[in-house]
Design a protein around this ligand. Structure first.
Ligand code: GLN
Ligand code: ZN
Length: 758
């Protein structure tokens, strides 16, 4: 029984990867230094996995930004607007595709299945002439072999997933695109075979989504080709995140191994194995250890599970591995100092997950004693966690009980509220606003550091925050925005900030996870019942409102986003945890309202992130997720205007459900996804206030007035002027002050221009 891994976090124990990238972008290091540092990070990660004892170590999973982007670039799939004329793709073009350049908007960035990792969507069209510019997995394989003497397992995104996640073509073109890309994949595999690679891991997570049965025939065709192209190279066809839709067809594919997830889809996959068996000529790579959550595995349970599987698939044809790539986890628990000893003892990050894998593999190989110290320690940790009284709060549980019979509806229906709000607010048509945050400058971050290190006392810090708020209220008034925000300077992160003030949360110091590109976040840990302890946002909002006669939106992160961006206890249904968060946020909303804040935005950028990957499971999730939002926002007066914001996701299919959130105004990221959602409103009626983001905030580029006006006018062809709001795609915290002001000035000018033209 071998141990294997699917992918290792790139960012480095001390976020060396992020820092290297950002200093390269800032022009502080030369390209040769950049490449050298990246190489040393890459090799260190491989070495570490070797030391832990992993048999099949992934190579080629490393990237300078994103693995989907890498795949596109390796096939020379550079959109025309980046003016690449063929040949090797320079780093400048690579990073322009990811981040945009002066003359060309970035490629779309969107969520990777149901995770908070974002990939760069490849753009395909029939004019492209893809060819293999660089065999990235081969290079990675050669590097590990030459520099470390390690024969790695090259990893690449499978052709079907790659094409299905790409943009710019319609389904009729799919067969042609497959035929266009297949020879390149064949070449990649042939070169790997020639170099002596034994296994290649081909990721096809698309197999766990709802595919039509006919698609399995296409996939069979693809793998026949690939298998034939490199007959001596073994293909591990890897799925993760859920069970494959077509198990019986999947196991018949002409590949040498199949990777299945036995964590989130444990029941389905074990059922499939028991019911339909597993072919005797294939390896089963069993995703045993959760690659998405941070709790230590129950080794007793895992042992039983492996025994069950091994009754169908003999041990010599079994690999043990994490359920998915480990990029969704922090690196190691080792560097955590402030966590309670009990909690620290209960957690396993990427490295510790690999240790669990290695332990289980050795146990089954008979290399270690049953129930040795490691095992005892594991069982004790789980027991202690379960019995820890601080995780259970009867008061909260009682409140949840009461909520059961509540409909969570606003006092009046939207049309009634709309009329009342119109009278109270007196906004112009096409009101302008922003999403919440403004530049988190080095100064702002330094102030927080000072407070943390004790160089500043709380009042000093608060004074600094007030000064920032004052400055930005003045800037917003000068720009001429209609609805203002306080700027979120007091917040590190939209989830951490709230978690720190709620009961039931714990925080790591180094538990960083990549979100997109160099951007990392530190998901909090929800270990106990969540409880409201104190007002969280009232002081800053009230202060901001006191400075202006224009409305200032109160600003909260929604319950589903807090849930989806945290590591959640696994002894309770997620829905119950979300409900506790919602109850706490409802209290905050009520206090804000009582303090005179009557526009309140509850952000739910991650609402769709928790969406199951299979169609038949989606509705149930949407229903409870929408309900959570309504629990937070439904007790306010009719005249209180509830806003929400969503981003990084394809909402097109869900506007009907989103409408049920009953927010008076929603702002949606639109420009980064190149306006993809706009046509939805030709068919779908959406009757509430809506702002479709008029410019992409992920790029430092300042959009022109005309460009924004054109986008507004495009949206107005499908939406009513009376309901349309003007706002950027998302929050502006990553943008510099100057470019933010310039962009917003153009946005306001564009709104005025369009108002005049109407
Ligand atoms: N209000 C938040 C901000 O502006 C929203 C961020 C988000 O959508 N991810 O930063
Ligand atoms: Zn956003």
């Amino acid at each position: 029984m071998k141990s294997s891994n699917l992918g290792y976090p790139r960012i480095g124990e001390k976020r060396e990867w992020k820092k290297t990238l950002e200093s390269f972008w800032a022009g502080q290091i030369e390209e040769t230094d950049f490449l050298a540092i990246m190489e040393s990070i890459r090799l260190a990660h491989i070495r570490k996995q070797k030391e832990i004892g992993i048999d099949l170590i992934p190579v080629g999973d490393f990237t300078f930004y994103d693995h989907m982007l890498d795949t596109a670039v390796m096939f020379g799939l550079v959109p025309e607007r980046f003016h690449h004329t063929g040949g090797e793709v320079p780093l400048s073009v690579y990073f322009s595709m990811a981040r945009g350049s002066k003359d060309a908007p970035a490629c779309e960035m969107t969520k990777w299945f149901n995770t908070n990792y974002h990939y760069i969507a490849p753009e395909l069209n029939s004019r492209l002439r893809p060819r293999l510019i660089e065999n990235k997995p081969l290079k990675a394989f050669q590097e590990a072999k030459a520099k470390l003497g390690i024969k790695g397992k090259p990893v690449l995104i499978g052709p079907y997933t790659f094409i299905k996640l790409s943009k710019g073509f319609d389904s009729k073109q799919l067969p042609a695109l497959i035929l266009l890309l297949l020879p390149l994949y064949e070449q990649v595999l042939q070169e790997l075979e020639k170099e002596g690679a034994e296994w290649v891991q081909i990721d096809e997570p698309i197999l766990v989504t709802s595919l039509a049965k006919e698609e399995m025939a296409t996939i069979a065709f693809i793998y026949q080709k690939l298998n034939k192209a490199a007959p001596r190279l073994n293909i591990m066809l890897q799925t993760y995140f859920e069970a494959a839709e077509w198990y019986e067809e999947l196991i018949e594919l002409p590949v040498q191994g199949i990777g299945l997830d036995f964590t989130c889809s444990l029941e389905e996959n074990s059922e499939n194995i028991l019911k339909f068996g597993f072919p005797s000529d294939k390896i089963l790579a069993a995703g045993m250890i959760d690659g998405r959550n941070i709790w230590r595995a129950d080794l007793a349970e895992k042992r039983k599970l492996i025994e069950t599987i091994a009754a169908v698939v003999p041990e010599d044809r079994l690999w043990l591995q994490p359920s998915s790539s480990l990029i969704h986890l922090p690196i190691t628990i080792k560097n955590e100092i402030n966590l309670s000893p009990l909690l620290k003892h209960s957690l396993a990050f990427a490295d510790e997950k690999l240790e669990e894998i290695v332990y289980l593999a050795k146990l089954f190989r008979g290399e270690i004693d049953q129930e040795d110290r490691y095992y005892q320690d594991n069982q004790q940790a789980l027991r202690l966690l379960k019995n820890d009284a601080s995780r259970y709060n009867h008061h909260v549980q009682k409140e949840q009980e009461k909520l059961k019979n509540e409909r969570a509806e606003r006092k009046s229906p939207y049309l009634v509220r709309k009329k009342r709000q119109k009278e109270v607010w007196e906004l112009p048509i096409l009101p302008t606003t922003t999403i919440g945050s403004f530049s988190q400058t080095a100064e702002v971050r330094k102030a927080r550091q000072k407070l943390k290190k004790g160089e500043w006392i709380q009042p000093q810090y608060e004074q600094f925050i007030q000064q920032e708020i004052r400055k930005w209220i003045a800037i917003q008034e000068e720009i001429g925005l209609d609805v203002l925000v306080h700027g979120e300077f007091e917040r590190t992160d939209m989830v951490e900030f709230f978690g720190e003030k709620l009961g039931g949360f714990a925080f790591t110091e180094n538990g960083w996870v990549q979100s997109y590109g160099s951007r990392c976040f530190r998901p909090p840990i929800i270990y106990g019942d969540v409880e409201f302890l104190q007002p969280m946002t009232v002081k800053e909002s009230v202060y901001a409102q006191s400075l202006t006669s224009k409305p200032v939106k109160g600003m909260l992160t929604g319950p589903v986003t807090i849930l989806n961006w945290s590591f959640v206890r696994d002894d309770r249904p997620r829905q119950e945890v979300a409900e506790q968060i919602a109850l706490a946020l409802r209290k905050e909303v009520e206090i804000l309202e009582a303090a005179g804040i009557s526009m309140i935005q509850v952000d739910e950028p991650a609402l769709l992130e928790g969406l199951p990957l299979k169609e038949e499971k989606k509705q149930e999730y949407l229903e409870w997720a929408v309900r959570m939002f309504r629990i937070v926002t439904s007790t306010v007066e009719d005249t209180t205007q509830i806003h929400t914001h969503m981003c990084y996701c394809d909402f097109s299919a869900y506007m009907h459900d989103i409408s049920k959130m009953d927010a008076d105004v929603i702002s949606i990221e639109t420009s980064r996804s190149h306006g993809e959602i706009i046509p939805v409103f030709e068919k779908e009626t959406y009757d509430k206030g809506i702002g479709l983001g008029v410019y992409d905030i992920h790029s430092p580029r300042v959009p022109s007035v005309e460009e924004i006006a054109a986008i507004i006018e495009q949206s107005l062809q499908v939406l009513d002027v009376e309901q349309f709001w003007i706002n950027p795609d998302c929050g502006l915290k990553t943008r510099g002050e100057e470019e933010t002001i310039a962009s917003l000035k153009n946005m306001v000018a564009a709104a005025r221009l369009v108002r005049k033209r109407l």
